[in-house]
Design a binder for this molecule. Structure first.
Ligand SMILES: Cc1ncc(COP(=O)(O)O)c(C=O)c1O
Length: 374
């Protein structure tokens, strides 16, 4: 049986549909794609996918434009080069890195490697939907553990939900869509509490935006936790979402199991050149962090001034409480050529807005004041 391939955004729609429909309907890909903002004018303000409005750094753009010289060859050498650069960056061996077509491919491969019918995956609710979405495809059970009252992943409850059949535990830290973090100390206790037979997948897609010192990447802890797998992406701080590159970091055995689920040559020559150039540019991360966190903090100060509730965020997006169903509100923004959302069913009154440029966020605020006065 050939399973339809699902894009990241299509998960939002698929969440509402049954697996039976997903497998039965040959038109699924077209149907889901129809819900994407096709027909939205080019000048739409896109604040709906946590992308980086500044895009790739100039060195990455130059590397992409040179890609015609490498486009005719399979990208093995570039894969080795980027893998070696990432291994140096994280002080791990090359055999501890697996590249993916976006970090989505890493998440999918983790589900494929560690889940099956009869197995379960433990996730927070809400969190990024890909792992639970692919778990449905692999016919594994998903155990959704509500976030705490302060909207953080409930690590104690998540560890307690594990049993002998738990294949995977997914911790998104910082969490999408809440923008909250679990501290390094909390995650360390969690890693000790989760049974060793379960793989703990820590998604650090938004790692670069966190500035609080009690947060920590878990990559340096790999020697202590053989069941740990970390996913990272070039889609956020590096501004390469459309190019598709992510990676997993883990102990060699785990990476071998993951690689078995990946396509050969799953990353393209142009994005590898762009990633290499981005990694060699020491300014990319601090510049984008400064710009985006600065705009986020300005937005939050405005929201605070207006007496609006929002979840303090460690990421390039913010959740704002509107005290009513956000689905129609998302439509009203769209009518004004501003894309926001999506709606997260367990937080139906909260609107997720990605951080754009300052003028884009000014336009967002103007529209918010009209659509949902404080
Ligand atoms: C937490 C998280 N993980 C993974 C992804 C997937 O990113 P990509 O496949 O572009 O690397 C996203 C995208 O929004 C995300 O929010």
């Amino acid at each position: 049986m050939i399973l339809p391939s699902l894009s990241r955004r299509q998960f939002g729609d698929l969440a509402a549909k049954s697996l039976a429909l997903a497998l039965a309907a040959p038109a699924l890909a077209g149907e889901a794609a129809a819900s994407l903002p096709l027909g939205v004018p080019d000048d739409a303000i896109q604040l709906n996918a946590n992308e980086n409005p500044y895009g790739p750094c100039p060195r990455a753009l130059a590397a992409i434009s040179r890609a015609e010289t490498i486009a005719s060859r399979y990208p093995e050498a570039a894969i080795e080069r980027v893998t070696a650069t990432l291994a140096r960056l994280h002080a791990v061996g090359r055999e501890q890195i697996a590249l993916g077509c976006g970090s989505t491919e890493i998440l999918r491969a983790a589900d494929a490697a560690f889940l099956a019918p009869g197995k379960n995956v433990v996730v927070a609710e809400p969190t990024f939907e890909a792992v639970a979405g692919f778990a449905r495809v692999f016919r594994a059970e998903t155990r959704k553990i509500p976030v705490t009252r302060d909207f953080r992943s409930d690590l104690r409850a998540m560890a307690a939900a594990c049993d002998a059949n738990t294949g995977l535990v997914y911790l998104c830290n910082p969490n999408n869509p809440t923008g909250t973090i679990n501290t390094g100390a909390e995650v360390a206790a969690f890693l000790h509490a989760v049974p060793k037979h379960a793989v703990v997948l820590v998604d650090e897609a938004y790692f670069h935006f966190v500035e609080t010192p009690d947060y920590a990447s878990v990559i340096p802890w790999l020697p202590r936790f053989p069941n740990l797998l970390i996913a990272r992406t070039f889609s956020k701080v590096y501004g390469l979402a459309g190019m598709r590159l992510g990676y997993g970091v883990a102990q060699p055995d785990l990476i071998r199991a993951l690689r078995a689920q990946l396509l050969w040559d799953n990353t393209n020559a142009a994005v590898l050149a762009a990633a290499q150039a981005s990694l060699e540019d020491p300014d990319v991360v601090p510049r984008n962090r400064r710009l985006l966190n600065g705009t986020r903090d300005w937005l939050c100060a405005e929201l605070h001034r207006e007496g609006r509730r929002y979840i303090p965020s460690h990421t390039n997006f913010v959740m704002i409480s509107l005290d009513r169903d956000v689905a129609p509100i998302i439509g009203q923004f769209r009518a004004r050529n501003i894309l926001v959302g999506r709606k997260f069913p367990s937080l139906p009154d909260w609107l997720r807005v990605s951080i754009g440029t300052r003028p884009q966020m000014q336009a967002f605020l103007t529209a918010l004041r009209q659509i949902a006065p404080a």
